[in-house]
Write a protein that binds this ligand. Structure first.
Ligand code: HEC
Length: 443
């Protein structure tokens, strides 16, 4: 009888864990916020308010619960079950549960761990050291406060004493809140007959006249590097001995998508460069396919039309004709009416390699997705792009009301469309499939 009672007690206390300590900010929540939110939610970055101190979070607790439960924040559009990328910033189920139960239990502050002497300021520092060189536009750009988004291209000419090995590049802006996303191309121009300082320094595709002629065409013959920035991204960096070379002479073409703003603001943009003495033995290469690229086509590369009042599907495939490749980053790109974007490769033996899937495209949250390990694309593999566009009135991002036929002329105008896939890769070397893409080969 006694044994029975004791057993019963044990059982009951398992069911009523009444002394389970409540979640607190310092113990449970702050580590998650620092890993997953602060890269954008801190001063000078893209998000509208900081999420650094206890007060920053406590005053928005219910709001934060909503956005993490709906997975609106942190923004992450790739399907992790298709491919799980190294730079995944989404929350795990467990992390969401921790934040939710912390809010439900009254968003307690708790005690700062006495052993830690960490200030509230985030430990996040971009690339973590001063840049070796910063190149910015010659003039500040006035972003008019008329609540209009705009695409603007800037040309930054440069002439250096020699070329440099680059280990990382990072977008610079005096005010990242004004910037939605950015692409930049570093163009090599050796021919002294091409004047890198020739006008225009700015091509404003939104406020200026509509241009079907590319004013920068003559600079786009030999590209050393192509990269980009979206909110939350820091530097594009490469493991030792892998990277690219900053040429002696050329231009940087920076395409900036500015967010709508209600007041006039000044913007200065450019790049930070981080050089290394370790010679770059393997130079990364960039290729783009689709509109604005090359490919073996189901649709025209530079011009296509998406009819109004319909959801339309397009596909495009191209073969890797030459050598085996190791892919590091993949970057799908569309504009406002994009709906989904899927990429995979098929091999000669009929195997399929999943490459990226964005089931619910949102032009605001684009990403250069980095594979965990080098992704081998064998010679002869066929890469398939499958894209859908929602050009109906039901798409809240449709730039036209009522919907109109939308075209792609391969330029950056935001009320036109693109179907572009960018890949950063290396020629394959044996063992690459076990090589981590992360800087310093951290697991
Ligand atoms: C990649 C950058 C980025 C990351 C990472 C990020 N946010 Fe945001 N967040 C933004 C931007 C930009 C906005 C404003 C635009 C918007 O609301 O769509 C925003 C808006 C918000 C809002 C207001 C939403 C609204 O409807 O106005 C909340 C709340 C929020 N974020 C919480 C979080 C939390 C909590 C995390 C981490 C779990 C997080 N964010 C991670 C960029 C980010």
């Amino acid at each position: 009888m006694k044994t029975f009672i004791i057993l019963l007690f044990g059982f009951v206390s398992l069911w009523f864990p009444f002394d389970l300590p409540a979640q607190t900010f310092f113990k449970d929540v702050r580590p998650i916020i620092q890993r997953k939110c602060v890269s954008c939610h801190r001063d000078g970055e893209a998000a509208p308010f900081p999420l650094v101190s206890y007060d920053d979070l406590a005053k928005r607790a219910t709001f934060i619960k909503e956005v993490v439960q709906s997975r609106y924040m942190p923004p992450w559009k790739a399907d992790n079950d298709y491919v799980h990328f190294d730079n995944d910033r989404s929350l795990t189920e467990k992390e969401i549960q921790t934040i939710v139960s912390w809010v439900d239990a009254g968003a307690k502050e708790g005690k700062r761990n006495v052993r830690e002497n960490q200030p509230d300021a985030a430990p996040f520092t971009g690339y973590g050291r001063a840049a070796d060189m910063t190149l910015v536009t010659a003039d500040t750009f006035l972003v008019k406060g008329n609540n209009r988004e705009r695409f603007v291209e800037f040309k930054i000419p440069f002439e250096l004493e020699r070329s440099f090995n680059v280990e990382a590049i990072e977008f610079y802006s005096n005010n990242k809140k004004l910037v939605h996303h950015v692409n930049y191309a570093v163009q090599i121009i050796e021919d002294p007959a091409i004047d890198i300082h020739a006008a225009p320094a700015i091509a404003n595709h939104t406020d200026g006249e509509i241009r079907y002629n590319d004013p920068y065409k003559k600079f786009k013959r030999n590209m050393a590097y192509y990269g980009g920035w979206i909110p939350g991204a820091s530097a594009e960096a490469y493991p030792p001995k892998i990277g690219w070379k900053m040429p002696k002479r050329g231009v940087i073409l920076l395409t900036v998508h500015f967010s709508a703003t209600p007041i006039d603001e000044l913007s200065v943009n450019g790049v930070h460069l981080f050089f290394t003495d370790v010679p770059v033995e393997r130079e990364v290469k960039v290729v783009s396919f689709g509109s604005g690229g090359i490919g073996e086509l189901d649709i025209q590369p530079s011009f296509f039309m998406i009819p109004a009042d319909k959801v339309s599907h397009y596909s495009l495939k191209f073969k890797n004709p030459g050598e085996d490749l190791s892919m590091l980053y993949i970057w799908p790109h569309m504009h406002y009416i994009g709906k989904s974007f899927k990429v995979y490769a098929t091999l000669e033996n009929n195997d399929t390699i999943p490459l990226v899937n964005i089931p619910d495209w949102d032009y605001r949250w684009q990403e250069m997705y980095r594979y965990k390990k080098f992704m081998k694309i064998p010679k002869g593999a066929v890469i398939h792009m499958e894209c859908a566009y929602d050009n109906t009135a039901a798409n809240p991002f449709n730039p036209f009301s009522p919907p109109q036929n939308i075209f792609s002329y391969s330029n950056m105008k935001s009320d036109q469309e693109m179907m572009t896939l960018l890949m950063i890769y290396l020629p394959y070397q044996p063992g690459d499939e076990n090589q981590h893409t992360a800087i310093n080969n951290e697991p």
